[in-house]
Design a protein around this ligand. Structure first.
Ligand code: NAP
Length: 247
């Protein structure tokens, strides 16, 4: 197996893209640490090497403990994917409770910072190297009405990733902020169920569903593995957009 000597951690792996990624990584017989607030189910594959845990990424100590546990079990971590993220609150900015706005920033920005810091320190203890992938979104590039918190957070993830990439390049760490395209997860179901008064672009997402213009979780996972481990497909930029599978 091509990647069977690799150890990877995926946050936000209890459903959606993170769970799909865990399944694909497990099919490659990688050694996995997967976590979310709800303990993820084990991926289904012929041979599964996986430790699952309950970790809230807003809790820096919990992230650190999880990483220590995975490294003790499988050895040094090669790939860390900060995938956990939320989209709520979806609403016009003037109507958002600041506490809800801050909760999203805590998960989507501080959660990424906690995972990144844990992994970067871990790699420094093991002679450098490693690949860090932070999940971004097309929403990092333009401000969608109703998504002010989410757009702000994903734009922050992209600039954060570029800064960390510049800091760590000399130690051999590669950092990518990857926008996965549109994937039909619970997050998309939430988007489609939002009234247009709170999300004026909702019709676009009904059209995407009607036309089945999605990337699958498997398609994204295989791209991430190529970006991480295939020198021929190594991205030349920190910010990377997974191509549309349906085009
Ligand atoms: N789906 C898309 O079209 C799309 C497009 C662009 C970018 N993305 C990004 O891709 C990532 C995954 O999205 P998805 O569509 O798979 O979303 P999803 O189906 O809603 O899954 C989100 C995952 O994040 C976990 N999570 C949320 N808050 C957490 C926290 N505080 N600590 C730990 N885990 C937490 C959730 O598990 P628990 O609730 O159990 O904690 C769940 O496993 C996100 O960063 C999202 O912004 C998605």
């Amino acid at each position: 197996m091509q990647y069977s000597n690799k150890v990877a951690v995926i946050t936000g792996a209890s459903r959606g893209i993170g769970a799909g990624m865990a399944t694909v990584f497990a099919r490659h017989e990688m050694k996995l640490g997967i976590c979310a607030r709800r303990i993820p189910e084990m991926p289904v594959a012929p041979k599964v090497y996986c430790v699952a845990g309950a970790v809230d990424v807003t809790n820096a100590q919990a992230v650190q403990r999880f990483a220590n546990g995975i490294a003790a079990h499988y050895g040094p971590i090669d790939l860390w994917v900060n995938n956990a993220g939320v989209l709520d609150p979806i609403n016009l900015m003037r109507d958002i409770d600041p506490a809800d706005f801050k909760r999203l920033l805590d998960i989507n920005i501080m959660g990424v910072m906690h995972g990144s810091q844990t992994f970067v320190r871990h790699r420094h203890q093991h002679g450098g190297g490693g690949v860090l992938i932070n999940m971004s979104s097309g929403a990092a590039q333009s401000g969608y009405p109703g998504w002010s918190a989410y757009c702000a957070s994903k734009a922050a993830v992209e600039r954060f990733s570029e800064a960390v990439a510049a800091e760590e390049a000399e130690y051999g760490l590669r950092v990518y902020a990857v926008a996965p395209g549109v994937v039909d997860t619970e997050m998309q179901a939430t988007i489609r169920s939002t009234p247009s008064e709170r999300f004026p672009f909702v019709e676009r997402f009904h059209q995407i569903k009607a036309n089945n213009q999605f990337n699958t979780e498997e398609f994204i996972a295989e791209h991430l593995l190529a970006y991480a481990f295939d020198p021929a497909r190594r991205p030349q930029t920190v910010v990377v957009r997974v191509p549309n599978q349906w085009e």
